[in-house]
Design a protein around this ligand. Structure first.
Ligand code: PMP
Length: 402
């Protein structure tokens, strides 16, 4: 008998299973609203023009090579990434009490963060929002956290942030608990706390001694302005918190498969930097030794070259404004069709996703009868909509709801 005979088949990962089902579907009107990746109005993936030019220039550099990067990655990348999220005039950077280490995109940043918190700071309690990106639970459980909790975040009946209950649940968290916060454009709800609510949360975190771990997968992509999207992180830093930020460059650079990420560490002062940096180095060494260079080189060159950076900023404006147009169009079409319910939340939410409020049986109708693929929670990727398919999708939602 095979040594593998008793291995049990695990559950499918919903978002990848849906994308496969979409690929296998031969219906001419099929639409993929599941995976979180940008699409143009023609329904195609978009390589940002500045990314394309930069990769060509890197590849044609005669002096380029494929030597290993240091264990914690490319310094020019980690410094630029840290500056992007904390701000170029950040007091924490000036005081040398913030630094970054390169990671395998946002997921890798979360995993290294979780491993460090568990093994070096003996943290075992983590809270993530309900709902959240489904991988948060898995990453922290795989790192050895055994006390995993969710805090309430979403008010389904009013289709908005449930701030009161979010606060009530976080009040119950024990001192030292790690709290995952979405820096902006909450996945899947598209609903973030207001500035006033972030201030209230900072006061609660300070009083209860909670550890803020910001997951920043959509900086710039959400509002079109990276500074605006980093407001909450910078506010917590200004308030003197020690914290982590897990950054992904998948969405805002369109570098999904290149796995360019950064874990930013903010400390009270510079004295702990050498030790913390060395332990992060050892964690990475034991997992994959050193990170891939391709995406990090592109991000580094773009962020560190003013003309390229400006062009990148224009591209994130292009992406975020196309999403806003699709939000307005979908709402308008549902209202025009007289689809029961209110649809204002579609334009009120920000970022890549809309949490439509469609229930599981309505989602089934969309998938089975209309070949429109979306998560069973009713989350849709707004980028999957375009001027060519929005009428079809709006009519299908109308039929599923009525
Ligand atoms: N956090 C959140 C909230 C996300 O939505 C994503 C991407 N779906 C990630 C982290 C990490 O993505 P990646 O590893 O591709 O950077």
């Amino acid at each position: 008998m095979s040594i593998y005979a008793n291995v049990q088949k695990g559950p499918a990962i919903e978002v990848f299973a849906l994308t496969q089902a979409f690929k296998d579907d031969t219906h001419p009107n099929k639409v993929n609203l599941s995976v979180g990746a940008y699409r143009t109005d023609a329904g195609e993936p978009w390589v940002l023009p500045v990314v394309r030019r930069t990769e060509i220039s890197i590849a044609s550099d005669e002096k380029g090579n494929h030597e290993y990067l240091p264990v914690t990655g490319l310094d020019t990348f980690t410094n630029a990434a840290t500056q992007l999220v904390l701000g170029s005039d950040s007091p924490a950077i000036k005081a040398n009490r913030a630094f970054g280490v390169q990671t395998i995109s946002g997921t890798g940043a979360l995993r290294i963060a979780a491993d460090f918190l568990h093994t070096q700071l003996n943290r075992n309690v983590v809270y993530y929002s309900n709902p959240t990106w489904e991988n948060h639970h898995k990453i922290f459980a795989d790192s050895g956290f055994t006390s995993l909790h969710s805090y309430r975040y979403w008010d389904q009946s009013n289709r908005q942030l449930d701030f009161k209950n979010m606060v009530a649940d976080l009040e119950q968290a024990p001192p030292g608990a790690v709290i995952i916060l979405h820096a902006c454009a909450h996945n899947p709800t598209g609903s973030d706390p207001t500035h006033e609510q972030w201030k209230e949360l900072a006061e609660l975190f300070e009083r209860k001694k909670l550890f803020p771990l910001f997951d920043s997968a959509y900086q710039g992509f959400a509002s079109g302005d990276p500074d605006n999207d980093a407001w909450a992180v910078r506010y917590f830093v200004q308030k003197g918190f020690e914290l982590f930020v897990c950054q992904s460059f998948a969405k805002n650079f369109g570098l999904y498969c290149e796995r360019a990420g950064n874990l930013t560490v903010v400390q009270a002062d510079a004295s702990t930097k050498a030790a913390v940096h060395s332990q992060l180095t050892l964690l990475i060494r034991g997992q994959y030794s050193n990170p891939p260079a391709y995406g990090a080189r592109i991000v580094s060159k773009v962020l560190n070259t003013p003309e390229l950076r400006k062009e990148w900023m224009d591209s994130i404006q292009t992406m975020s404004s196309r999403i806003r147009q699709m939000r307005a169009a979908l709402r308008e079409k549902l209202v025009a069709l007289g689809t029961p319910g209110t649809w204002d939340h579609i334009v009120g939410q920000i970022g890549m996703f809309s949490y439509t409020g469609l229930n599981e049986s309505q989602v089934k109708v969309l998938i089975n009868d209309y070949h429109i693929y979306l998560l069973k929670t009713g989350r849709i990727n707004m980028c999957g909509l375009n001027t060519g398919n929005i009428d079809y999708v709006a009519k299908a939602i109308h039929a599923a709801v009525t």
